[in-house]
Design a protein around this ligand. Structure first.
Ligand code: SF4
Length: 333
């Protein structure tokens, strides 16, 4: 089968004890059944430690929500004692993500890891393909897959090459028309053109919505409340990075539409995420690190199914997330 990834995928290296926001802190870590079987078979004192540190299929976090195997030097004791091959699937994969479409597997790096965020923001995404052994996966609608693949290629090409943020607004028009066609059984690609009149954005409502999301990190709400006090505006100073964030989001989420026919909310997610990261960096002021801001945003928004679902609903239900108003976030109004 084909394995399609961004060009930077193979460059990722975990920075382990040098990481300032270790992914073994603050998350519930579920153990897959194969690894669980292996851990149950481990004997001796380390086997006892494993048994005492796992409950209901997850590691029992210690004070400060640390993984019980993360030692005082922020290194993993399972890695040291049993070897990399015996990490559970989630620890082996993180921050990589995968999606399967028939005989195609796609893989990428998640923005929620600080080493991955630096890579994602450091270069324009190019996609590469290699051939790998077949893996089990569900079939998908090949007609819709081909349409969405062409649509995603077009969006990425325009986001990377057209004037920005105009390309984001055209992407929203394109997403509206493509969703309309899919809903009506028309599997053809719309033109890349502007049609919608921009409306005045409601930044306050958007910030309040983000502040209401389930906090993954305890600092998220106070941070959002501080940022709500700032002036809400598009941040052209970071344009090259905002393009890359929009492209990352489209690569990661857009093709999921093959499974549910939903693409407009994913297009809006890419637009709003790029704007939000730029806005949060502006609020943080001079010296803010956009990779750090993007990482914190991704952690809160992209790594909670509940938050992603809430946003997907809000993109249809909340007036502040209407297409003309999102376009207004990028306009100099
Ligand atoms: S967040 Fe990324 S760099 Fe940090 S420990 Fe996890 S995988 Fe490594």
């Amino acid at each position: 089968m084909i394995f399609r990834t961004p060009g930077y995928y193979g460059k990722f290296r975990c920075i382990a004890d040098k990481c300032t926001d270790n992914c073994c802190i603050g998350w519930e870590i579920d153990i897959d059944s194969e690894t669980m079987d292996y851990y149950s078979s481990v004997g001796g004192s380390f086997g006892g430690r494993l048994k005492n540190s796992i409950k209901d299929g997850s590691f029992v976090l210690t004070e400060g929500e640390r993984c019980p195997f993360l030692n005082s030097r922020n290194l993993c004791d399972i890695y040291t004692e049993l070897g990399e091959a015996h990490l559970c699937q989630i620890c082996t994969d993180h921050p990589r993500f995968y999606e399967w479409f028939g005989n195609v597997k796609e893989g990428g790096l998640g923005l929620c890891c600080e080493a991955a965020a630096k890579l994602i923001l450091s270069e324009d995404m190019t996609l590469t393909e290699t051939v790998i052994p077949d893996e089990d996966c569900d079939e998908c609608d090949s007609g819709l897959y081909e349409l969405l693949l062409s649509a995603r290629d077009a969006i990425i090409k325009h986001l990377q090459n057209d004037s920005f943020p105009e390309a984001v607004c055209t992407m929203l028009d394109f997403g509206e028309e493509l969703q309309f066609r899919i809903d009506n059984g028309d599997l053809t690609l719309p033109a890349w053109e502007r049609t919608t009149q921009v409306e005045t954005p409601d930044i306050q409502a958007i910030m309040e919505f983000y502040a209401s999301l389930e906090p993954i990190d305890e600092n998220w709400r106070p941070y959002m409340e501080r940022c709500m006090a700032g002036e809400g505006r598009y941040c052209p100073e970071y344009e090259v990075y905002l393009r890359r964030i929009a492209v990352y989001s489209i690569f990661r989420f857009f093709m999921k539409g093959v499974f549910d026919g939903e693409i407009l909310s994913r297009v809006k997610l890419a637009a709003v995420s790029a704007w939000m990261v730029g806005h949060l960096v502006l609020c943080e002021g001079r010296g803010a690190d956009i990779a750090e801001t993007a990482k914190n945003y991704s952690k809160e928004v992209e790594y909670s199914e509940k938050n992603l679902d809430a946003l997907a609903d809000a993109f249809y239900d909340e007036e502040c997330f209407s297409t003309p108003r999102i376009m207004g976030m990028f306009a100099d109004m």
